[in-house]
Design a protein around this ligand. Structure first.
Ligand SMILES: Cc1ncc(COP(=O)(O)O)c(C=O)c1O
Length: 381
């Protein structure tokens, strides 16, 4: 049985009928950009993320750029990012004119390393730090990282593109962030019917609310229809995206529950496999997190990983390697890379990471098929 890495077609029984009615309404009303659906979405996300302000935008990469611009980051500035992330984090820094310093990840939680971040801050005095919440959880030292940046007066942006639904110490992971960003790319836990994103914000250190300037930057710096107080760009959210997300939000809790159940079942069944733990390590979120089940993450000895991947391919089972290369090693990085702290762990992760299929409403027989394929690959060694 073929098993996709992700299947975006697993909608709830009534979802598509409801969506068609909404499409009909939006088409008749021609509410194609922004509008009441976008306002309703921002309100719902404010509640869910437990933050003071939400500004919808065109995608998760723009969301990071809007956050950087709102904090005044630009030409000549330095921004620290983790060496393991999606390239969009790197791009966003470069696109606002700043240089990048990469910091290696912690081998346990796979998020930015606290001590190396401290070293990077001492050495480069960056104008901002971007922490990325990867894989469906965040750093075990999230509070320490937030405190470190606050104490040094360095704004911390949290790239939470993958973190919708993640709970940290019983609250939304975004709740105590200064400024956080999210992506609603269709493959995300809360995905749209196209590209979309949002910036989540709380009051800045001086008490000001950044959401006004973020909204302005994402709408051509407008002060009136033809008055432009800032140079921004067009990063408005579409009406169909907002409506699709509003509808999806009604089902989000059940999708999250299913993803979490599957993630737990994977861990339980994989932990029973006949393989040395140093050859196949099952990664779990650190204490304090309730994950969102975005990805299933294994660290597999590279030659064994190749064998398992060959077996999965031959049985038409999808898999991922998120991410197959560290940021500092990307061919496009060199002109903008000011420094790198560590790097070995991000590189080792890229050589060993394996993600097995995981998506809401994955069937029991599909999970069985994936586990059997891994078992067969192990048995044939
Ligand atoms: C960590 C991270 N940052 C940023 C992005 C960029 O989001 P988007 O694809 O919506 O621009 C993504 C998702 O693709 C991501 O996973």
């Amino acid at each position: 049985m073929a098993v996709p890495f992700i299947d975006l077609r697993r909608f709830e029984d009534d979802f598509l009928d409801r969506w068609q009615q909404i499409c009909d309404r939006i088409s008749r009303n021609t509410q194609f950009v922004g509008g009441p659906e976008a306002e309703r979405l921002e309100h719902a996300l404010r509640e869910r993320a437990e933050v003071a302000g939400v500004v919808g935008c065109a995608n998760g990469t723009d969301a990071i750029q809007l956050a950087l611009r709102a904090l005044g980051i630009g030409r000549g500035d330095t921004v620290v990012i983790p060496d393991a992330t999606f390239w969009a984090t790197f791009e966003a820094v470069v696109n606002v004119g700043a240089d990048v310093v990469t910091v290696d990840i912690d081998a346990e939680d796979l998020q930015m390393d606290y001590h190396l971040l401290q070293e990077a801050i001492e050495t480069h005095r960056p104008q901002a730090v971007i922490l990325v919440h990867l894989y469906g959880w965040g750093s075990a030292r999230l509070n320490d990282i937030r405190r470190l940046c606050r104490d040094r007066n360095i704004p911390l942006i949290e790239d939470g593109a993958q973190a919708i639904g993640v709970q940290w110490q019983g609250r939304s992971i975004y709740q105590a962030s200064l400024i956080a960003t999210v992506s609603f790319y269709p493959a995300k836990v809360l995905g749209s019917c196209g590209d979309a994103g949002a910036v989540f914000c709380n009051p800045l250190a001086d008490g000001t609310d950044p959401s006004t300037v973020i909204r302005q930057l994402g709408n051509h710096g407008r002060t009136s229809h033809y008055g432009h107080g800032l140079v921004g760009w067009n990063s408005r959210m579409g009406g169909f995206d907002a409506a699709f997300l509003n509808l999806s939000l009604e089902y989000l809790d059940q999708r999250l529950a299913d993803r979490r159940r599957l993630a737990a079942e994977y861990r339980e069944r994989l932990s029973r496999l006949d393989v040395a733990p140093e050859d196949l390590r099952i990664i779990a979120p650190p204490a304090g997190y309730e994950e969102n089940g975005y990805l299933n993450v294994l660290r597999v000895e590279p030659s064994l990983r190749a064998e398992i991947q060959d077996a999965l391919k031959s049985e038409d089972i999808g898999f991922g390697n998120v991410y197959p290369g560290a940021m500092s090693q990307q061919p496009g990085a060199a002109p903008f890379l000011k420094a790198s702290f560590g790097g070995r762990e991000a590189q080792a992760l890229s050589e060993s990471v394996l993600n097995l299929p995981l998506f809401a409403y994955m069937r029991a027989e599909e999970l069985d098929e994936v586990i059997s394929a891994v078992e067969r690959a192990l048995a044939s060694r």
